[in-house]
Design a protein around this ligand. Structure first.
Ligand code: DAK
Length: 260
């Protein structure tokens, strides 16, 4: 697939996906969502990629939301198709075997905030701004914001953000647990690269199973979730990585994981 709105760059074991429509503050139209879906589906098959960073092109925005000028013209059927595509992108990020780090470099509003919520980890620049302003447009979030936001920051704070449509800055996002850390703008990508490299140095099977277990377990009650974790834990022992990791510890050397 030819990419016009998204750039896919590979730096060793780390892939960087850049949403690149800075003139429209990287707003998500149909084509951009299609390209994102393609990138995440493709990367999911690439065993040599161990972590993915998702960010926005330009200086101002991660993603300022779904593309309002595109959406304005949609009929009911097209709206439903657009919604389904958005959900498919969020699911592709969550289901990717690799951890996905959102490097939030500016506005993350509406669908842009929701995109960051689908990622495993959010790192924000000092200039980042988050919000779910859909109520200002007479709609509700449609890419999972009403579901993922309360699971991340708790119901009360999520409801305040969802009902008021207020924008919050990076410091407030950190305070409420929406982001993992806030760094200077010019350090954002390198901070994410360091984090991604730390992850890619671990056993890929353990990382994949960890992500899968967190995401699936959070949909279960605690008893089932713990049973599920025990099964997933057992799976690690069918891997060469587990043998290597434990052998390396006992031999006082660094492990050499092969992802097998
Ligand atoms: N869509 C389209 N264009 C956008 C945009 C957006 N969301 N956000 C900004 N732009 C464009 C502006 O129109 C402007 O274009 P030009 O006039 O230069 O052609 C350019 O980006 C620069 O924006 P501004 O001139 O407005 O820049 P400022 O610094 O003054 O303001 C801002 C930045 C981010 C505060 C402002 O642009 C803004 O408020 N943007 C809209 C934010 C917003 O409301 N986002 C939420 C969108 S609603 C669905 C599922 C999900 C969704 C929809 C449907 N289904 C299930 C069907 C999701 C909905 C949303 O995300």
């Amino acid at each position: 697939m030819e990419l016009h709105n998204v750039r896919l760059e590979k730096e060793g074991a780390v892939a960087v996906v850049v949403i690149d429509r800075p003139k429209a503050l990287n707003a998500l139209n149909y084509d951009t969502l299609k390209e994102l879906l393609y990138c995440f589906k493709t990367l999911a098959q690439e065993k040599e990629i161990g972590a993915i960073i998702l960010t926005g092109g330009g200086e101002k925005a991660f993603v300022a939301g779904a593309d309002i000028s595109y959406m304005q013209e949609l009929n009911g059927l097209e709206g439903a198709e657009f919604g389904a595509l958005g959900h498919a992108v969020m699911a592709a990020i969550e289901d990717a075997p690799q951890p996905v780090i959102a490097a939030v470099n500016g506005f993350a509003l509406g669908g842009g905030c929701e995109l960051s919520l689908a990622c495993d980890i959010r790192v924000a620049s000092e200039t980042a701004k988050f919000g779910q302003p859909e109520v200002n447009l007479g709609v509700i979030p449609g890419f999972g914001g009403t579901q993922r936001l309360p699971r991340i920051v708790g119901k009360g704070i999520a409801c305040e953000l969802l009902y008021t449509g207020d924008m919050i800055d990076a410091a407030e996002a950190l305070r409420i647990g929406l982001v993992n850390k806030v760094v200077a703008t010019d350090e954002l990508l390198d901070t994410c690269r360091v984090m991604a490299s730390k992850i890619t140095a671990k056993g890929p099977i353990a990382i994949r199973l960890c992500k899968e277990t967190v995401n699936n377990g959070m949909q279960m009650d605690i008893t089932r979730a713990n049973r599920y974790e025990a099964t997933q834990f057992g799976q690690c022992f069918a891997s060469e990585d587990q043998k290597e990791g434990m052998k390396a510890f006992l031999e006082k050397r660094k492990p050499s994981f092969q992802g097998k």
